[in-house]
Design a protein around this ligand. Structure first.
Ligand code: IMP
Ligand code: MG
Length: 173
């Protein structure tokens, strides 16, 4: 299957530098726990963190909301919970993409009850206007349309995560 570039490697690098600076300023004087949502967020987590000039710790959660299809099922399973306690800590969730918002909605609910000092979201991509639940995303690198995208951590049936850019799946040729 063909992948048409949508957001280039340079554009991603530039935006993550900007957002990293913003995070650095917003959390000045604080320590941050960056929580990556596996598997898709591994790449944005690594690249964004390089631009966050603060004392940081890292943790990861793994959730599953999709099977091998491109349609959301609305079912969220926690496959791996945090290793860290988050009570009283500044938690910044790093996500690859927000589509229906159901995954993050569920994650946020399950993290809020653990009483973090603050809980915010940084997402590489936000599919605009199609969230099925209201979600307050503090940092968005790129708002995009409803199309299914791959690359830079995002997969289709497990593949394409290693592309250094974000692209749109084309028609079978
Ligand atoms: P949501 O629960 O519908 O917001 O979906 C969130 C998760 O679905 C993301 O963290 C991705 O893992 C996956 N996902 C949603 N849209 C796409 C896409 O366009 N390409 C690849 N994965 C996607
Ligand atoms: Mg994901």
């Amino acid at each position: 299957m063909e992948v048409k570039p949508l957001i280039t490697q340079d554009q991603i690098e530039e935006r993550l530098a900007e957002i990293g600076e913003q995070i650095t300023a917003d959390y000045a004087g604080k320590e941050v726990l960056l929580v990556g949502v596996l598997r898709g967020a591994f790449m944005v987590m690594a690249d964004l963190a390089r631009h966050v000039n603060l004392p940081c710790e890292f943790d990861f959660m793994a959730v599953s909301s999709y099977g091998a299809s491109t349609q959301t099922s609305g079912v969220v399973r926690i496959l791996k919970d945090l290793d860290e306690e988050i009570e009283g800590r500044h938690v910044l969730i790093v996500e690859d993409i927000i589509d229906s918002g159901l995954t993050l909605n569920y994650l946020i609910k399950s993290l809020k009850v653990r009483n973090p000092a603050s809980l915010e979201i940084a997402a590489l991509l936000l599919k605009e206007g199609i969230q099925r639940v209201p979600i307050d995303v503090k940092y968005v690198a790129f708002p995009i349309g409803p199309e299914f995208v791959v690359g830079y951590g995002l997969d289709y049936a497990g593949k394409y995560r290693n592309l250094p850019y974000v692209g749109v799946m084309g028609e079978e040729s």
